[in-house]
Design a protein around this ligand. Structure first.
Ligand code: ADP
Ligand code: MG
Length: 706
């Protein structure tokens, strides 16, 4: 076949593995299709008879795509995804099989789920967990190797209905923001929109290293990051990797990745080299927030599997390499109506401006009031290497609005609301508030929460994390504030509404001005200024997790019916446990590499140096350099041996603590410093020991060889 014949246009391959609206329409009887669409729109449960018809159509379509199995695909509290496949086969009396899939199997599953983290919500003897189809996220066929399975995106909860996953609270939060935003829109005079949905576009960063290096580095294999490694003589200082021309192998990888994502209906849109050597980014076109989260999981998985097919190993960890940039996941978030209005679009007319300003101020208040739990939503051992380091926003939440919006906030705060451009009094919604141009300001790359034209970009999430947390916190917090505002505004119209909005926005501008910061978030001055303003700075994961169950957070999440106090407590416990376990894995891996690879290699190096010293002395010449090198190597070796002992003791001590909170602080305060001290001595050895003896691939190898 010629190359031209093999070329498969994107328009042909796009969405072929998805049970799309088009497929539904063509495979389902009209009445069934209508009912399914209604269920997807407003959540009315599907009758079993209807579900049976839908399931059969899905199964036939999936089989035509090569599938033999189906699975409920869910997002347990591990932070990843889970799937248990069932084949469609059903034996016949004649010793053969039929392929079957019932409406009940589509709608609900009951995996034996005792081994997922539940934070004490469920004892193992009562391990029943249920999965329920999230029909608002498309069903798809996915291949892994030769296996092809029909995937049914699902939520996962306990026998008693408690959320055991990351999707359930997100779906609940979508209902909360829908309800609150529609109520607000009605107050503002919109009678057309019937649904408001939060939207998400996730920019995903990752590293690719040659697979060969991972085979030789236990740390990359087990912890996804280098626990040792001296800096490469060349790092990212030339800024030549960012947006640079694609390496050919990387280009082929990206082409295969796009193909895979497009066939899954994921709108992979942008791709480029990122700041650090060996670092890349991919971003899709945005989706509704639950679909966006699902698809981000699929994207992370595809990055990993396609990398292996190209001889690479993908690192989704937040900080695979010290000294160069880490990887984040920018959470682009907005809210929009079913009739196509983006509520964060500044708009051209005063009427739209009032709507925009109401939603904008709701977000400002929500983010200020719940900045701590928002920060906690991205707390993760890996992310601690980024937040607060000089490449990612600090752990302090602030909002960037840009000059023009900032100016409007200042005017509203001052009460007079004079337009800087036109003069005259701004009366929201009736007179001369100038149209707000979309790109009214330069970008600020250092802000953790930046207004970027018609959406907010929350930049604190880590590259490996589920985006469920930040989005359900945002949705919930904004829903709560909108409800509060609606209580004040409801019943008013015309000039009276205008006055009440003005008053409300003014009080918010005064109360929450402290969260707005348009300067450089990376500077020490900002940290000092933020402290003066009383903004919270939760510098690490245990500190951040610690505030999750504070009364106001419980009240907001319970009030918005997103998580009960019990569910939240369980989550907090899981997060503490996970932090301790992750640091424990890193620490044990460090010990093992030091004992079994580094100490033996350096011992060999000292032997060789000692022989050289002896031989050179015997020849009657002073072995000055050899003796100095031997002394230095030997003393670092002794330091490493003693560091290992200290680290082992710290691991044993922290590991003996049962209480998850206390354990996680012990890992933070005792184990991490011991690990850091060991690394410093090992890295000092790396730069003086013979490269033929050194057992690990170097930073230069991993970052530059492909
Ligand atoms: P950047 O310059 O920061 O990379 P882009 O404009 O390319 O920003 O957009 C980044 C992401 O924001 C993309 O995934 C895009 O689809 C998403 N995005 C755009 N509009 C919205 C929206 N209304 N809601 C959520 N995400 C959005
Ligand atoms: Mg961005």
């Amino acid at each position: 076949m010629s190359e031209a014949c093999e070329f498969n246009p994107v328009t042909d391959m796009y969405g072929t593995d998805v049970f799309t609206d088009e497929v539904m329409r063509s495979t389902l009887p009209k009445a069934v299709y209508k009912q399914l669409k209604k269920t997807m729109q407003d959540g009315t449960p599907l009758e079993l008879g209807v579900a049976d018809v839908v399931a059969t159509a899905m199964k036939d379509w999936a089989i035509s795509r090569g599938a033999t199995h189906f699975c409920h695909w869910f997002q347990p509290m591990t932070g990843g995804t889970a799937e248990k496949h069932d084949s469609f086969i059903s034996p016949t009396s004649g010793g053969r099989v039929l392929m079957e899939f019932s409406g009940k199997e589509l709608s609900q599953g009951e995996p034996d789920a005792s081994s997922f983290p539940s934070g004490g919500l469920r004892a193992t003897f009562e391990a029943r967990g249920y999965t329920a189809w999230d029909c608002t996220s498309p069903v798809f066929v996915k291949g892994n190797g030769d296996n092809k399975t029909l995937f049914v995106p699902s939520a996962f909860c306990s026998y008693t209905g408690e959320a055991l996953d990351k999707k359930t609270p997100l779906l609940r939060s979508m209902e909360a923001i829908d309800k609150a935003a529609i109520r607000m829109l009605r107050i503002l005079g919109n009678s057309m929109s019937t649904k408001v949905t939060a939207t998400l576009g996730a920019e995903q960063e990752y590293f690719l290293v040659d697979e060969e290096f991972v085979e030789r580095r236990l740390d990359l294999l087990l912890a996804q990051r280098t626990l040792f490694g001296a800096p490469s003589p060349r790092g990212q200082e030339m800024d030549d990797h960012y947006f640079g021309a694609l390496n050919c192998r990387v280009g082929s990888f990206m082409a295969a990745l796009n193909k895979k994502l497009w066939s899954l209906g994921i709108s992979a849109k942008t791709q480029h080299n990122e700041v650090s050597p060996a670092q890349y980014e991919i971003a899709p076109i945005f989706d509704t927030v639950n679909v966006g989260v699902d698809r981000n999981h699929l994207t992370m998985e595809a990055i990993s599997t396609v990398a292996r097919e190209h001889g690479f190993y993908a690192l989704l960890h937040e900080k695979p390499f010290a000294g160069v940039n880490g990887s984040g996941k920018h959470n682009n978030w907005s809210i929009g109506t079913d009739d196509g209005i983006n509520l964060l679009e500044p708009g051209e007319t005063p009427h739209e401006n009032m709507q925009f300003l109401v939603f904008l101020f709701a977000i400002i208040r929500a983010v200020d009031k719940y900045s701590e739990v928002l920060r906690a939503s991205v707390a993760h051992a890996g992310n601690d290497h980024r937040l607060g380091a000089n490449e990612a926003p600090p752990a302090i939440i602030s909002i960037f609005l840009g000059d023009q919006l900032n100016d409007i906030v200042e005017q509203i705060k001052a009460g007079g609301a004079k337009s800087s451009k036109r003069g005259g009094t701004i009366e929201l919604g009736v007179s001369t508030l100038p149209p707000l141009p979309k790109d009214c300001t330069d970008r600020n790359r250092t802000s953790p929460f930046a207004f970027t034209g018609n959406k907010f970009e929350f930049r604190m999430a880590g590259s490996s994390q589920s985006l469920s947390g930040p989005n359900f916190v945002l949705n919930g917090a904004v829903a709560e504030v909108l409800t509060e505002m609606a209580d004040v505004l409801e019943g008013a119209s015309g000039a009276e509404l205008n006055t009440r909005v003005q008053d409300l926005l003014k009080s918010y501008a005064v109360e929450h001005g402290k969260i707005i910061f348009n300067g450089d978030n990376y500077t020490a001055e900002w940290h000092a200024e933020a402290a003066k303003r009383g903004l919270s700075n939760l510098r690490n994961t245990p500190e951040a997790i610690d505030i999750i169950c504070d009364a106001k957070n419980v009240a907001m999440l319970e009030g918005q019916k997103i998580l009960s106090a019990g569910e939240l407590k369980a989550r907090q416990e899981i997060l503490f446990e996970q932090y301790a376990m992750l640091i424990n894995i890193e620490a044990k891996t460090s010990v093992q590499m030091a004992k079994r690879q580094i100490i033996p290699a350096v011992t060999e190096a000292t032997t060789a140096l000692a022989s050289s010293v002896a031989a050179v002395s015997a020849a009657g010449v002073e072995p000055t350099a050899q003796a100095a090198l031997l002394a230095k190597t030997n003393s670092l070796l002794a330091a490493v041996a003693s560091d290992v002992e200290v680290l082992e003791a710290a691991i044993a001590k922290a590991g003996a603590i049962d209480e998850p909170r206390e354990a996680s602080f012990a890992f933070l305060n005792d184990v991490i410093p011991a690990m850091t001290a060991l690394r410093a001595d090992v890295d000092a050895l790396e730069v003086i020991v013979d490269e033929d003896v050194w057992p690990l691939p170097t930073y230069a190898d991993m970052l530059f060889r492909r």
